[in-house]
Design a protein around this ligand. Sequence first.
Ligand code: LLP
Length: 433
Amino acid sequence: QGTMQINNQGHLEIGGCDVVGLADTFGTPLMIIDEDLLRENCRRYYKAFTQDDGDGVLYASKAFLSTAVARIIHKEGIGLDVVSGGELTIALAAGFPPEKIFFHGNNKSANELRFALSCGVGRIVIDNHYELELLEQISAAEGYRPSVLLRLAPGVDAHSHAYICTGQIDSKFGFNIFGGGALNAVKRALESPHLDLKGLHCHIGSQIFDLGVFRCAALMMMDFLQEVRDHTGWTAPELDLGGGLGVYYTSGDTPPIIEEYAKTIKDAVLQKCREHNFPRPRLFVEPGRSIISPPGTTVYTLGSSKEIPGVRKYVAVDGGMTDNPRPALYQAEYEGIIANKAAAKPVEGVAITGRCCESGDMLIWDLAVPRIEPGDLLAISCTGAYNYSMSSNYNALARPAVVLVKDGKVDIIVKRETWGDLSRLHCIPEHLF
Ligand code: LLP
């Protein structure tokens, strides 16, 4: 995908840059983002979703956020979904226009809400009754009338990994449609002179391959909009259907394409508009993974190995669950290639393990590799989403650098953490001197 290819030295090349050269210059582990592919994904979303007036695409910045990536997202006409004061601060540091930012989260603090109000974010997505009251109080006291959406749990089971399904009835997120919670919340928000209710939101999960699930959520949300109109007379002008489109990680993954996803959602909404004689709401989607995962590749250096005859051979890399916790957390699978021997034929299968003091710190259980030795480079693809953003400093490992590559040029967009950075927040109390 994207600009990834093997050059005539047999090295992996991304964005016209030799990955071996990048590793030499910037060290490893290194995350490489293919700018062309990132922009292409943004453009496809923009084209597929925004040809109808007023519809919008918001990039879910939890997947990966840096100031440079925020700039690219903005230049491609896409808004931003943030879930914390921290993400909002990064977005503002990038110069992202606040009115194009939607503020999500199931437990925003009073301070975060004040911050979001004071910088004028486009929408605050209210998750629960406590937050509804809190936001109303703060808005009343400080003289704001924010545009809000209410997050609902439509009761759709996304059939993805249980930890990343969020729309089902037993979920910590949103007002449940079943049982009256959502309808009461809508009434409450409509009555408030301090809140400007613009519409409803749902997000049913992540890494979803089945378009039928998105269709089902869209139909249920539209039925609910109609029910709300019956009860209150209010016709919701906006409907945000969240993110969740799956991506390719390993062979066997056959994700739907962005354009089909857009058509599925729009057809479902239009079908219900006709059925209920309901004006078409402005639609929003919030893709994260499907924008940033494929453009990201992580490069590691191979180090020690351990062979257990008849069982397996472990080969360790200089990163692991600290920069990619997804295999340990979700049994996620990845593909990899030896970047400095990209054209060589595989001769054995090895297990790629990280360098953390945890047996669960595995990256790939069975990778076919050519003859390898310490110092070789392993590139793992599709690591742009929920890797760096979920990284940790476990074992006091410093976070990798992130570079952006395009047309043979490379720019650093997140510097490598240093060992010195690791104690920057530590304090030694006086009595210990
Ligand atoms: N909107 C909301 C409200 C969300 O909660 C999420 C993701 C998205 C949009 C973006 O979903 P995407 O298009 O990226 O699937 N750490 C997990 C994924 C957690 C997703 C959380 N919410 C993983 O690594 O698989």
